[in-house]
Design a protein around this ligand. Sequence first.
Ligand code: GRF
Length: 198
Amino acid sequence: MKNIVILISGRGSNMQAIVEAAIPGAHIAAVIANRPDAAGLAWAAERGIATVALDHKPYASREAFDTELATRIDSFQPDLVVLAGFMRILTPAFTQHYAGRMFNIHPSLLPAFPGLHTHQRAIDAGCKLAGCTVHFVTAELDHGPIVFQAAVPVLDDDTETSLAQRVLAEEHRLYPAAVQAFVEGRLAVDGLRVRHLG
Ligand code: GRF
């Protein structure tokens, strides 16, 4: 069994999709949130998954919080750390510690639109396609070897909300598939390129 630790900050719908996928060989060891009121924490706890609420606010520095966060994560002996709507900038030491074993999902077709407000930015730029990306996490924000992408059309009457809904449905399909590929050892990273084996 591969231990998976999922980090969230809010509703946790991507975390739910991964849990509900019941991926063979994957054990959801814990769900950790940096916001004690994250709705996803209660959802996970109701299903008997270990949960940790680690509020970042009392920590004097980003380094201090990330050090404690890594200690908590590592207590679950993770094979893979999954950022699922985890809204924190991570320190280089933290990303280095989990190099090659930490995923993020981002709601754009990277390298377009890293950062926030991706859907409105795609609409404003006149894009005809939008989408989402699962990538390995590196020190650079929303930049790392791409595991999977999915595209959706941008429609003439789209709003940020309607486009976000269309993309989110793809996120819920894509993220469990990426976790499954990792668990099955089917990903070979070569620079920024990820080859899919088998
Ligand atoms: C998702 O759109 C994800 O791509 C982005 O934040 C959102 C989190 O949603 N990083 P949820 O908490 O998984 O429902």
